[in-house]
Design a protein around this ligand. Structure first.
Ligand SMILES: *Cc1c(COP(=O)(O)O)cnc(C)c1O
Length: 421
Protein backbone atom coordinates (compact mmCIF):
# COMPACT_ATOMS: atom_id res chain seq x y z
CA UNK A 1 0.00 0.00 0.00
CA UNK A 2 1.08 3.42 -0.93
CA UNK A 3 1.09 5.11 2.43
CA UNK A 4 4.17 7.25 2.10
CA UNK A 5 2.79 9.90 -0.16
CA UNK A 6 2.27 12.57 2.47
CA UNK A 7 3.78 15.95 1.77
CA UNK A 8 5.65 16.00 5.04
CA UNK A 9 6.72 12.37 4.86
CA UNK A 10 5.93 11.94 8.52
CA UNK A 11 3.68 8.92 8.19
CA UNK A 12 0.04 8.50 8.86
CA UNK A 13 -0.29 10.14 12.21
CA UNK A 14 1.81 13.25 12.04
CA UNK A 15 -0.75 15.54 13.59
CA UNK A 16 1.52 17.50 15.79
CA UNK A 17 3.91 18.33 12.98
CA UNK A 18 1.46 19.65 10.47
CA UNK A 19 1.93 23.38 10.08
CA UNK A 20 -1.12 25.28 11.20
CA UNK A 21 -3.56 22.62 10.19
CA UNK A 22 -5.52 23.02 13.35
CA UNK A 23 -7.96 25.40 14.89
CA UNK A 24 -8.24 28.80 13.37
CA UNK A 25 -9.38 27.43 10.04
CA UNK A 26 -6.61 29.13 8.15
CA UNK A 27 -3.18 28.33 6.89
CA UNK A 28 -0.17 30.36 7.85
CA UNK A 29 -0.59 32.33 4.63
CA UNK A 30 -3.98 33.43 5.93
CA UNK A 31 -5.92 31.43 3.36
CA UNK A 32 -9.15 30.02 4.65
CA UNK A 33 -9.23 26.27 4.04
CA UNK A 34 -12.34 24.93 2.35
CA UNK A 35 -13.94 28.35 2.19
CA UNK A 36 -15.22 30.49 -0.67
CA UNK A 37 -12.85 30.20 -3.66
CA UNK A 38 -13.70 33.71 -4.89
CA UNK A 39 -15.06 34.75 -8.25
CA UNK A 40 -12.19 33.14 -10.19
CA UNK A 41 -12.67 29.87 -8.37
CA UNK A 42 -9.15 29.09 -7.22
CA UNK A 43 -8.04 26.79 -4.43
CA UNK A 44 -4.42 27.87 -4.24
CA UNK A 45 -3.07 27.30 -7.74
CA UNK A 46 -5.82 24.79 -8.64
CA UNK A 47 -9.34 25.21 -9.96
CA UNK A 48 -10.34 28.09 -12.20
CA UNK A 49 -12.78 28.20 -15.07
CA UNK A 50 -11.26 26.93 -18.33
CA UNK A 51 -14.27 26.98 -20.65
CA UNK A 52 -15.05 28.22 -24.15
CA UNK A 53 -16.13 31.85 -24.35
CA UNK A 54 -19.73 30.80 -24.98
CA UNK A 55 -19.95 29.10 -21.56
CA UNK A 56 -18.59 31.95 -19.44
CA UNK A 57 -22.01 33.65 -19.03
CA UNK A 58 -23.62 30.31 -18.11
CA UNK A 59 -21.01 29.68 -15.41
CA UNK A 60 -21.44 33.24 -14.14
CA UNK A 61 -25.20 32.93 -14.01
CA UNK A 62 -24.84 29.72 -12.01
CA UNK A 63 -22.39 31.31 -9.60
CA UNK A 64 -24.69 34.30 -9.07
CA UNK A 65 -27.65 31.98 -8.44
CA UNK A 66 -25.71 29.89 -5.94
CA UNK A 67 -24.35 32.95 -4.13
CA UNK A 68 -27.92 34.12 -3.67
CA UNK A 69 -29.44 30.74 -2.79
CA UNK A 70 -26.87 29.35 -0.37
CA UNK A 71 -27.18 32.02 2.35
CA UNK A 72 -30.96 32.23 1.84
CA UNK A 73 -32.64 30.58 4.81
CA UNK A 74 -35.74 29.64 2.79
CA UNK A 75 -33.60 27.77 0.23
CA UNK A 76 -31.70 26.02 3.01
CA UNK A 77 -34.90 25.14 4.81
CA UNK A 78 -36.37 23.55 1.68
CA UNK A 79 -33.18 21.61 1.03
CA UNK A 80 -32.87 20.43 4.63
CA UNK A 81 -36.50 19.35 4.58
CA UNK A 82 -35.99 17.27 1.44
CA UNK A 83 -32.74 15.79 2.72
CA UNK A 84 -34.61 14.74 5.83
CA UNK A 85 -37.98 13.52 4.52
CA UNK A 86 -36.86 12.16 1.13
CA UNK A 87 -33.19 11.23 1.43
CA UNK A 88 -33.29 10.02 5.04
CA UNK A 89 -30.86 12.45 6.68
CA UNK A 90 -29.25 12.63 9.11
CA UNK A 91 -27.51 9.34 8.48
CA UNK A 92 -26.06 7.68 11.58
CA UNK A 93 -22.46 7.14 12.62
CA UNK A 94 -22.03 3.48 13.52
CA UNK A 95 -19.32 2.21 15.83
CA UNK A 96 -17.95 -1.08 14.48
CA UNK A 97 -17.34 -3.14 17.59
CA UNK A 98 -16.21 -6.43 16.09
CA UNK A 99 -14.00 -4.95 13.39
CA UNK A 100 -12.55 -2.46 15.89
CA UNK A 101 -11.53 -5.33 18.12
CA UNK A 102 -10.05 -7.16 15.15
CA UNK A 103 -7.94 -4.13 14.17
CA UNK A 104 -7.14 -2.76 17.63
CA UNK A 105 -8.55 0.66 16.81
CA UNK A 106 -11.85 2.44 17.37
CA UNK A 107 -13.60 2.40 13.99
CA UNK A 108 -16.60 4.58 13.18
CA UNK A 109 -18.54 4.64 9.92
CA UNK A 110 -20.55 7.56 8.56
CA UNK A 111 -23.41 5.72 6.93
CA UNK A 112 -24.13 7.35 3.55
CA UNK A 113 -25.06 3.84 2.40
CA UNK A 114 -28.33 4.34 4.29
CA UNK A 115 -29.55 7.27 2.19
CA UNK A 116 -32.26 7.00 -0.43
CA UNK A 117 -30.61 5.47 -3.53
CA UNK A 118 -27.76 4.22 -1.33
CA UNK A 119 -24.96 6.73 -1.74
CA UNK A 120 -23.89 10.29 -0.95
CA UNK A 121 -24.60 11.30 -4.56
CA UNK A 122 -28.19 12.09 -3.56
CA UNK A 123 -27.01 15.06 -1.42
CA UNK A 124 -25.52 16.77 -4.46
CA UNK A 125 -28.28 16.15 -7.00
CA UNK A 126 -31.07 17.25 -4.67
CA UNK A 127 -29.25 20.52 -3.99
CA UNK A 128 -28.53 21.19 -7.64
CA UNK A 129 -32.06 20.27 -8.77
CA UNK A 130 -33.47 22.66 -6.16
CA UNK A 131 -31.13 25.34 -7.52
CA UNK A 132 -32.31 24.59 -11.08
CA UNK A 133 -35.89 25.08 -9.90
CA UNK A 134 -34.99 28.37 -8.27
CA UNK A 135 -33.27 29.51 -11.48
CA UNK A 136 -36.46 28.71 -13.39
CA UNK A 137 -34.81 26.05 -15.56
CA UNK A 138 -37.23 23.27 -16.52
CA UNK A 139 -34.58 20.93 -17.93
CA UNK A 140 -31.68 19.11 -16.25
CA UNK A 141 -28.78 17.52 -18.12
CA UNK A 142 -25.98 15.36 -16.77
CA UNK A 143 -23.19 13.15 -17.99
CA UNK A 144 -22.41 9.78 -16.52
CA UNK A 145 -19.77 7.08 -16.87
CA UNK A 146 -20.86 4.03 -14.94
CA UNK A 147 -24.35 5.44 -14.62
CA UNK A 148 -24.44 6.17 -10.90
CA UNK A 149 -24.56 9.95 -11.24
CA UNK A 150 -27.03 9.59 -14.12
CA UNK A 151 -29.36 7.59 -11.91
CA UNK A 152 -28.98 10.13 -9.09
CA UNK A 153 -29.68 13.05 -11.44
CA UNK A 154 -32.72 11.27 -12.90
CA UNK A 155 -33.98 10.63 -9.37
CA UNK A 156 -33.78 14.31 -8.42
CA UNK A 157 -35.31 15.39 -11.73
CA UNK A 158 -38.26 13.06 -11.16
CA UNK A 159 -38.78 14.44 -7.66
CA UNK A 160 -38.78 18.04 -8.87
CA UNK A 161 -40.66 17.45 -12.12
CA UNK A 162 -37.74 18.47 -14.33
CA UNK A 163 -37.14 17.13 -17.80
CA UNK A 164 -33.92 15.10 -17.71
CA UNK A 165 -31.39 14.00 -20.33
CA UNK A 166 -28.28 12.04 -19.45
CA UNK A 167 -25.27 11.80 -21.78
CA UNK A 168 -23.43 8.51 -21.69
CA UNK A 169 -20.71 7.05 -23.91
CA UNK A 170 -21.95 4.26 -26.16
CA UNK A 171 -19.51 1.81 -24.57
CA UNK A 172 -20.88 2.63 -21.13
CA UNK A 173 -24.48 2.33 -22.34
CA UNK A 174 -23.73 -1.27 -23.25
CA UNK A 175 -21.69 -2.03 -20.13
CA UNK A 176 -24.23 -0.51 -17.73
CA UNK A 177 -27.57 -1.59 -19.12
CA UNK A 178 -29.18 -1.89 -15.70
CA UNK A 179 -28.41 1.72 -14.86
CA UNK A 180 -29.65 2.79 -18.29
CA UNK A 181 -32.91 1.02 -17.50
CA UNK A 182 -33.07 2.68 -14.09
CA UNK A 183 -32.70 6.13 -15.66
CA UNK A 184 -35.46 5.35 -18.14
CA UNK A 185 -37.72 4.09 -15.36
CA UNK A 186 -37.12 7.40 -13.60
CA UNK A 187 -38.32 9.24 -16.68
CA UNK A 188 -34.96 10.39 -18.07
CA UNK A 189 -33.78 10.21 -21.67
CA UNK A 190 -30.41 8.55 -22.11
CA UNK A 191 -28.34 10.01 -24.96
CA UNK A 192 -25.80 7.52 -26.23
CA UNK A 193 -22.61 9.29 -27.42
CA UNK A 194 -20.82 7.58 -30.27
CA UNK A 195 -17.99 10.10 -30.78
CA UNK A 196 -14.38 9.52 -29.85
CA UNK A 197 -13.67 6.75 -27.39
CA UNK A 198 -17.43 6.53 -26.68
CA UNK A 199 -16.86 6.85 -22.91
CA UNK A 200 -17.19 9.44 -20.16
CA UNK A 201 -14.98 12.16 -21.61
CA UNK A 202 -17.00 12.21 -24.85
CA UNK A 203 -20.20 12.33 -22.82
CA UNK A 204 -18.82 15.38 -20.96
CA UNK A 205 -18.14 17.14 -24.26
CA UNK A 206 -21.65 16.44 -25.55
CA UNK A 207 -23.23 17.64 -22.33
CA UNK A 208 -21.23 20.88 -22.56
CA UNK A 209 -22.35 21.33 -26.17
CA UNK A 210 -25.98 20.86 -25.13
CA UNK A 211 -25.54 23.37 -22.31
CA UNK A 212 -24.12 26.05 -24.65
CA UNK A 213 -26.98 25.54 -27.10
CA UNK A 214 -29.79 25.46 -24.51
CA UNK A 215 -28.53 27.54 -21.64
CA UNK A 216 -31.81 29.47 -21.28
CA UNK A 217 -33.80 26.37 -20.38
CA UNK A 218 -31.12 24.01 -19.14
CA UNK A 219 -29.27 23.33 -15.91
CA UNK A 220 -26.09 21.24 -16.18
CA UNK A 221 -25.75 19.02 -13.11
CA UNK A 222 -22.15 17.90 -12.50
CA UNK A 223 -21.65 14.85 -10.29
CA UNK A 224 -18.53 15.58 -8.26
CA UNK A 225 -16.20 18.35 -7.09
CA UNK A 226 -14.81 18.70 -10.61
CA UNK A 227 -15.29 20.87 -13.68
CA UNK A 228 -15.09 24.65 -14.07
CA UNK A 229 -15.82 27.07 -11.23
CA UNK A 230 -18.34 27.22 -9.55
CA UNK A 231 -19.00 23.45 -9.65
CA UNK A 232 -16.22 22.21 -7.34
CA UNK A 233 -17.34 24.74 -4.74
CA UNK A 234 -21.09 24.11 -5.13
CA UNK A 235 -20.73 20.34 -4.90
CA UNK A 236 -18.44 20.55 -1.88
CA UNK A 237 -20.91 22.83 -0.10
CA UNK A 238 -23.77 20.42 -0.89
CA UNK A 239 -21.76 17.45 0.42
CA UNK A 240 -20.52 19.25 3.55
CA UNK A 241 -23.64 17.98 5.30
CA UNK A 242 -21.82 14.63 5.55
CA UNK A 243 -18.84 16.05 7.43
CA UNK A 244 -20.86 18.47 9.52
CA UNK A 245 -23.21 15.78 10.75
CA UNK A 246 -20.33 13.39 11.35
CA UNK A 247 -18.37 15.94 13.40
CA UNK A 248 -21.06 16.31 16.02
CA UNK A 249 -22.02 12.63 15.94
CA UNK A 250 -18.39 11.63 16.56
CA UNK A 251 -18.14 14.10 19.44
CA UNK A 252 -21.11 12.44 21.06
CA UNK A 253 -19.58 8.98 20.68
CA UNK A 254 -16.03 10.01 21.58
CA UNK A 255 -16.95 12.06 24.63
CA UNK A 256 -16.38 15.46 23.05
CA UNK A 257 -13.29 14.55 21.03
CA UNK A 258 -12.76 14.48 17.28
CA UNK A 259 -11.54 11.29 15.61
CA UNK A 260 -7.76 10.97 15.32
CA UNK A 261 -8.05 10.06 11.65
CA UNK A 262 -10.77 10.79 9.07
CA UNK A 263 -10.69 8.72 5.88
CA UNK A 264 -12.71 8.80 2.65
CA UNK A 265 -12.34 7.35 -0.83
CA UNK A 266 -11.60 9.72 -3.71
CA UNK A 267 -12.90 9.44 -7.25
CA UNK A 268 -13.75 12.97 -8.37
CA UNK A 269 -13.58 13.67 -4.67
CA UNK A 270 -17.06 14.74 -3.54
CA UNK A 271 -17.66 12.44 -0.58
CA UNK A 272 -14.13 13.14 0.65
CA UNK A 273 -14.55 16.90 0.18
CA UNK A 274 -17.86 16.87 2.04
CA UNK A 275 -16.36 14.81 4.84
CA UNK A 276 -13.15 16.86 5.11
CA UNK A 277 -15.13 20.12 5.14
CA UNK A 278 -16.54 19.09 8.53
CA UNK A 279 -13.10 18.39 10.01
CA UNK A 280 -10.68 20.73 8.23
CA UNK A 281 -10.54 23.04 11.24
CA UNK A 282 -10.05 20.17 13.69
CA UNK A 283 -6.82 18.38 14.50
CA UNK A 284 -8.01 15.16 12.84
CA UNK A 285 -5.68 13.79 10.22
CA UNK A 286 -7.43 13.75 6.82
CA UNK A 287 -6.69 10.94 4.39
CA UNK A 288 -8.10 10.42 0.89
CA UNK A 289 -7.81 6.98 -0.69
CA UNK A 290 -7.77 6.66 -4.46
CA UNK A 291 -7.91 3.51 -6.55
CA UNK A 292 -4.38 2.45 -7.38
CA UNK A 293 -5.32 2.49 -11.09
CA UNK A 294 -6.82 5.97 -10.77
CA UNK A 295 -4.47 7.68 -8.34
CA UNK A 296 -4.56 11.17 -9.82
CA UNK A 297 -3.19 12.95 -6.77
CA UNK A 298 -0.75 10.37 -5.47
CA UNK A 299 0.61 9.56 -8.95
CA UNK A 300 -0.67 12.20 -11.37
CA UNK A 301 0.62 15.53 -12.62
CA UNK A 302 -0.99 18.98 -12.88
CA UNK A 303 -2.97 19.71 -15.99
CA UNK A 304 -6.02 21.51 -17.36
CA UNK A 305 -8.87 19.14 -18.28
CA UNK A 306 -12.66 19.38 -18.07
CA UNK A 307 -12.63 23.08 -17.30
CA UNK A 308 -10.30 23.01 -14.30
CA UNK A 309 -6.66 22.96 -13.33
CA UNK A 310 -6.07 19.93 -11.18
CA UNK A 311 -4.15 16.66 -10.96
CA UNK A 312 -4.58 14.05 -13.69
CA UNK A 313 -3.15 10.76 -14.82
CA UNK A 314 -1.35 11.66 -18.02
CA UNK A 315 1.01 9.91 -20.38
CA UNK A 316 4.35 11.37 -21.51
CA UNK A 317 2.62 13.40 -24.21
CA UNK A 318 0.26 14.99 -21.73
CA UNK A 319 -2.71 12.91 -22.89
CA UNK A 320 -5.13 11.99 -20.12
CA UNK A 321 -4.93 8.29 -19.41
CA UNK A 322 -7.97 6.14 -18.74
CA UNK A 323 -8.17 5.14 -15.12
CA UNK A 324 -8.49 1.46 -14.27
CA UNK A 325 -10.33 0.22 -11.23
CA UNK A 326 -12.73 -2.49 -10.18
CA UNK A 327 -14.97 0.22 -8.81
CA UNK A 328 -16.73 2.22 -11.49
CA UNK A 329 -17.11 5.24 -9.21
CA UNK A 330 -13.34 5.68 -8.84
CA UNK A 331 -12.28 5.40 -12.47
CA UNK A 332 -12.24 9.13 -13.22
CA UNK A 333 -8.68 10.01 -14.34
CA UNK A 334 -8.62 13.28 -12.40
CA UNK A 335 -9.50 14.59 -8.97
CA UNK A 336 -11.13 17.82 -7.91
CA UNK A 337 -8.91 20.91 -7.59
CA UNK A 338 -9.50 21.42 -3.89
CA UNK A 339 -7.96 18.03 -3.14
CA UNK A 340 -4.92 18.99 -5.18
CA UNK A 341 -4.71 22.10 -3.02
CA UNK A 342 -5.18 20.30 0.31
CA UNK A 343 -2.51 17.84 -0.78
CA UNK A 344 -0.04 20.57 -1.75
CA UNK A 345 -0.55 22.21 1.66
CA UNK A 346 -0.19 18.90 3.47
CA UNK A 347 -3.54 19.40 5.24
CA UNK A 348 -4.83 16.16 3.71
CA UNK A 349 -2.83 13.28 2.35
CA UNK A 350 -3.68 10.93 -0.45
CA UNK A 351 -2.84 7.31 -0.87
CA UNK A 352 -4.07 4.38 -2.93
CA UNK A 353 -5.49 0.90 -2.40
CA UNK A 354 -5.30 -1.90 -4.94
CA UNK A 355 -8.03 -4.27 -6.07
CA UNK A 356 -6.89 -7.24 -3.94
CA UNK A 357 -6.86 -5.16 -0.75
CA UNK A 358 -10.25 -3.74 -1.66
CA UNK A 359 -11.87 -7.16 -2.12
CA UNK A 360 -10.47 -8.26 1.25
CA UNK A 361 -11.90 -5.16 2.90
CA UNK A 362 -15.25 -5.71 1.17
CA UNK A 363 -15.56 -9.18 2.62
CA UNK A 364 -14.12 -8.34 6.06
CA UNK A 365 -16.68 -5.57 6.72
CA UNK A 366 -19.47 -7.82 5.47
CA UNK A 367 -18.46 -10.68 7.79
CA UNK A 368 -17.65 -8.71 10.90
CA UNK A 369 -20.33 -6.02 10.87
CA UNK A 370 -23.11 -7.20 8.57
CA UNK A 371 -22.54 -4.23 6.28
CA UNK A 372 -21.77 -4.86 2.60
CA UNK A 373 -19.95 -1.73 1.42
CA UNK A 374 -19.76 -0.34 -2.10
CA UNK A 375 -16.39 -1.05 -3.70
CA UNK A 376 -15.52 2.66 -3.65
CA UNK A 377 -15.54 3.12 0.16
CA UNK A 378 -14.00 -0.37 0.47
CA UNK A 379 -10.85 1.45 -0.74
CA UNK A 380 -10.93 3.68 2.33
CA UNK A 381 -11.47 0.66 4.54
CA UNK A 382 -8.66 -1.25 2.81
CA UNK A 383 -6.24 1.55 3.68
CA UNK A 384 -7.34 1.59 7.32
CA UNK A 385 -7.07 -2.20 7.67
CA UNK A 386 -3.55 -2.16 6.25
CA UNK A 387 -2.40 0.85 8.25
CA UNK A 388 -3.85 -0.51 11.51
CA UNK A 389 -2.22 -3.90 11.00
CA UNK A 390 1.12 -2.27 10.15
CA UNK A 391 0.93 -0.11 13.27
CA UNK A 392 0.90 3.07 11.14
CA UNK A 393 -2.36 3.84 12.86
CA UNK A 394 -1.54 3.31 16.54
CA UNK A 395 -3.59 0.97 18.72
CA UNK A 396 -6.63 2.63 20.24
CA UNK A 397 -6.75 5.48 17.70
CA UNK A 398 -10.23 6.59 16.68
CA UNK A 399 -10.85 6.42 12.95
CA UNK A 400 -13.86 7.71 11.03
CA UNK A 401 -14.49 6.35 7.54
CA UNK A 402 -17.20 7.74 5.30
CA UNK A 403 -19.05 4.73 3.95
CA UNK A 404 -20.10 6.53 0.78
CA UNK A 405 -22.40 3.82 -0.54
CA UNK A 406 -23.84 0.35 -0.15
CA UNK A 407 -22.54 -2.70 -1.94
CA UNK A 408 -25.70 -4.13 -3.48
CA UNK A 409 -24.69 -2.74 -6.88
CA UNK A 410 -21.33 -4.54 -6.66
CA UNK A 411 -22.27 -7.97 -5.35
CA UNK A 412 -22.58 -9.65 -8.77
CA UNK A 413 -19.23 -8.23 -9.86
CA UNK A 414 -17.50 -9.38 -6.67
CA UNK A 415 -19.02 -12.84 -7.11
CA UNK A 416 -17.50 -13.04 -10.59
CA UNK A 417 -14.13 -11.69 -9.43
CA UNK A 418 -13.88 -14.12 -6.54
CA UNK A 419 -15.55 -17.02 -8.36
CA UNK A 420 -18.28 -17.09 -5.74
CA UNK A 421 -15.75 -17.83 -3.09
C1 LIG B 1 -19.64 7.96 -7.26
C2 LIG B 1 -19.20 7.34 -6.00
C3 LIG B 1 -17.95 7.63 -5.43
C4 LIG B 1 -16.93 8.51 -6.08
O1 LIG B 1 -17.30 9.84 -6.20
P1 LIG B 1 -16.69 11.00 -5.28
O2 LIG B 1 -17.09 12.23 -6.00
O3 LIG B 1 -15.20 10.81 -5.24
O4 LIG B 1 -17.30 10.87 -3.95
C5 LIG B 1 -17.62 7.06 -4.21
N1 LIG B 1 -18.47 6.23 -3.59
C6 LIG B 1 -19.67 5.90 -4.11
C7 LIG B 1 -20.55 4.97 -3.37
C8 LIG B 1 -20.08 6.45 -5.33
O5 LIG B 1 -21.27 6.13 -5.84
Amino acid sequence: MNIDQGEDGNGVLSRSERPDAGLGHASSAGITLMGDPGSRGYFGEFGGQFVPEALVPACQQLETAFRSAWPDSSFRKSLDGILHAYAGRPTPVTECRRLSENLGIRLLLKREDLTHTGSHKINNVLGQALLAKRMGKPRLIAETGAGQHGVAAATAAALFGLECEVYMGEMDVHRQELNVFRMKLLGAKVRSVSNGSRTLKDAVNEALRDWVANVESTYYCIGSVVGPHPYPWIVRELQAVVGNEARSQCREILGGADPDVVVACVGGGSNAAGTFAGFVDSSSELIGVEASGGAAISRGVPGVVHGMKSMFLQDDDGQVQEAQSISAGLDYPGTGPEHAHLSSLGRARYTAANDVQVLDAFSLLSRTEGIIPALEPAHALAFVIEAARAGEIPGGASVLITLSGRGDKDVAQVMDLTAGG
